[in-house]
Write a protein that binds this ligand. Structure first.
Ligand code: GAL
Length: 683
């Protein structure tokens, strides 16, 4: 936004604009969770000096401090926060102040046992850990509101507080709850959604297995039952759960906003790794999208999955700058084998997030805990202190981020969108599907990996959102497609869009009901075909297509209705039948992939489709070398991240912001190294 376009000071738009990023430094944000309550005050002074040494400019405080701040119900003691906040303010280190509602104190659990979470199997969760009360508990909400009010009142104008961090990771470790309080709230939610019981009965298809409801209080949460519980009911319960958690966030946010209207408020997401929350809905409610990402460290392609998570986060942020709120300097402590990051890996991870739109790089946590459940988790300052490799790399990363100020607020543009719809995942993950090998996450990762390997940046999209900005939309796994999404996809393609659909998509509507006619009912028109029978393959059975590709998991019996065949099954149960098809639809086209192609076959098929939209890699680089470009109106910043053990070459000339050197195309980029080439924007 230019100066002339600034909204008038004090207007609601100006407040929204002010809240779009923590005010203060023009550098990228750098820091982490900081838990000073675990340490004596003299250590705080050392910590603050070390933070300054490492270039840290933002720390998240107070996230788990409820028991300290409200030692007895309604009695508050803010002395520790007063003290640490003023020390940080004096040192020029900004604070992202947490509300501590992810870990209620012991007095809360003792006084309000009815607020405890009950699992689907009927287990009442015990105490002595962390985890909120039942999201629908009135007592939990009232207590959360009270501590939030006291914090917001006291610190709204504190000079250190540049941002508010509501709660911690809604959806983990608490998500769905089956307590009586939740059941009551579920009924209220259903009344608001359907208004009448008849409509609930219709939406859930309760004539099946004689499940018809005659009174609201006959409806229960979908607890573990004698057999499979009504899938439409379970799907609604998932939606209810996400909404109940969101209400808890909004409750706290609105309290803070009433005291602190200009300061951004966020909560930390777990982008592609939170199975219980619909982030497309949530992203509208935060001022800045913030994300926590931890590598699935044992996976050799964990850097690709990191990129996927970052691209999804940027997409949630609507392409505005976002914050990496947590990641780890090295190993976590909660995976089966906690693989340590090798030298340089932490910086590659961090810079990959920045390349994909993050303007903040934060860690869990600043100083490693000496006790408690997370004492073996890596930190910025490990147990062996400042002589450690990790601390050295933390300082180097601080310097690197300091040299990247020019990328702040620049964009990442993408011409390809991949559909991500958690409601569809919820629906598909219910019981009794045609094959246990149908795995939506696996398909999305496979499609994403093809694009990552080609160096083509993608956004993630919701099927009901505006898609016209994308030349190609990929839909690797969307079992359920709402009627609205179906219409949206049809109009996208008819206006010239290119859509690629993979098997087991568009099978049901948003109620988990099969539309009349053959499969895939929501996509038949657009794909120009009908699937008359699914032909799931046996475990480890593989088949061949007549274009030479191999495939497994799934085949189908397809009858064409306007689509053209691009490849047929050469072996397996659908031999001779269409396997890959293309359908011209309006001004655009829709492709269908009816089987699980192996990675090579998928890559070559998708490359051909992308070529029809003239989407090709900008640079040809060896496998394992990542490139992403951030752009402003006048400049571009090409990130090149060498994840391999071999030297590679820099693909383009310009000023490398990290080394400070001018580079020429073809100069060497050592194994594991990163460069960020600044250039005038290509026209
Ligand atoms: C996150 C959580 C942090 C810390 C971290 C450890 O999910 O928000 O508080 O527990 O995991 O990896």
């Amino acid at each position: 936004m230019s100066q002339d376009q600034q909204p008038p000071a004090g207007s609601p738009d100006a407040q929204v604009e002010m809240r779009s990023w923590p005010r203060g430094t023009s550098a990228l944000r750098y820091g982490g969770d900081y838990n000073p309550e675990q340490w004596p005050r003299e250590i705080w002074l050392e910590d603050i000096a070390l933070m300054r040494e490492a270039g840290i400019n933002l720390v998240s405080i107070g996230i788990f401090s409820w028991a300290l701040l409200e030692p007895r119900e309604g009695e508050f003691d803010f002395s520790f926060l007063d003290d640490i906040l003023s020390l940080l303010a004096d040192a020029g280190i900004d604070v992202d102040l947490g509300t501590p509602t992810a870990a209620p104190p012991a007095w809360f659990w003792k006084k309000y046992p009815q607020a405890r979470v009950i699992t689907r199997d009927g287990v009442t969760l015990g105490r002595g850990s962390r985890g909120m009360g039942s999201p629908s508990s009135p007592e939990y909400r009232a207590c959360a509101a009270r501590i939030t009010t006291e914090l917001a009142r006291r610190y709204a104008s504190h000079p250190a507080v540049r941002m508010w961090h509501v709660h911690n990771e809604y959806g983990a470790p608490v998500s769905d709850c089956y307590s009586e309080q939740s059941v009551a709230a579920f009924r209220t939610w259903l009344r608001a959604k359907y208004a009448t019981l008849d409509l609930v009965n219709e939406a859930w298809g309760t004539t099946f297995w004689g499940q018809r409801y005659g009174a609201w209080d006959e409806i229960d949460a979908p607890k573990t039952s004698a057999s499979v519980v009504n899938p439409s009911q379970r799907l609604d319960f998932q939606r209810f759960t996400s909404d109940a958690l969101l209400e808890c966030y909004v409750l706290e946010r609105d309290i803070i906003r009433s005291f602190s209207p200009d300061t951004p408020i966020t909560t930390n997401f777990m982008a592609t790794n939170c199975p219980s929350v619909d982030y497309w809905k949530w992203a509208r409610e935060v001022d800045v999208v913030a994300n926590d990402h931890y590598l699935a460290a044992e996976r050799l392609d964990n850097h690709i999955m990191l990129a996927m998570d970052a691209d999804f986060t940027r997409s949630l942020a609507g392409s505005r700058p976002w914050m990496l709120m947590e990641h780890s300097t090295s190993a976590v402590n909660w995976q089966p084998r906690n693989i340590a990051k090798r030298p340089g890996e932490m910086a590659r991870n961090s810079l990959s997030h920045v390349a994909r739109g993050a303007d903040a790089v934060m860690f869990f946590q600043f100083r490693a805990s000496r006790f408690g459940a997370e004492k073996f988790h890596s930190a910025m300052l490990p147990h062996d202190g400042t002589s450690s490799r990790i601390w050295r790399e933390v300082g180097q990363l601080g310097a690197s981020l300091g040299s990247l100020s020019a990328v702040r607020s620049t964009r990442v543009d993408a011409r390809v969108g991949i559909v991500w719809d958690i409601e569809s995942f919820w629906a598909q993950d219910l019981e009794w599907r045609p094959s246990e090998d149908l795995d939506h996450r696996e398909r999305i990762e496979a499609f994403y990996t093809v694009l990552w390997n080609l160096g083509i940046t993608v956004d993630f999209v919701h099927p009901e959102h505006h898609l016209d900005g994308y030349d190609v939309v990929l839909m690797p796994a969307s079992y359920s497609i709402s009627d609205h999404a179906r219409d949206n996809l049809e109009s996208y393609v008819s206006r010239g869009g290119k859509l690629v659909v993979s098997y087991f998509s568009g099978i049901v509507d948003e109620r988990d009901s099969v539309p009349a006619g053959g499969y895939p009912g929501q996509l038949r028109r657009i794909l120009g075909l009908t699937v008359t029978e699914w032909l799931p393959l046996r475990a480890s059975e593989s088949i061949i297509l007549d274009n030479g590709a191999t495939a497994d998991v799934w085949a189908e019996d397809i009858v064409l209705d306007g689509a053209a065949v691009e490849a047929r099954y050469a072996t397996g149960p659908a031999v001779g039948k269409p396997a890959l098809t293309r359908h011209e639809y309006g001004k655009g086209a829709a492709w269908y992939v009816s089987t699980r192609l192996d990675s090579h076959g998928l890559a070559s098929y998708l490359t051909g489709i992308l070529e029809t939209a003239r989407i090709r890699p900008h640079f040809t680089l060896p496998d394992g070398v990542e490139t992403v470009t951030r752009v402003s109106d006048t400049e571009q910043f090409i990130f090149v991240i060498n994840h391999t053990d071999e030297a590679t070459t820099v693909p383009s000339a310009g000023h490398d912001l990290l080394s400070g050197n001018e580079t020429v195309a073809g100069s060497a980029l050592p194994p594991g190294a990163v460069c960020v080439i600044r250039q005038p924007r290509a026209t």
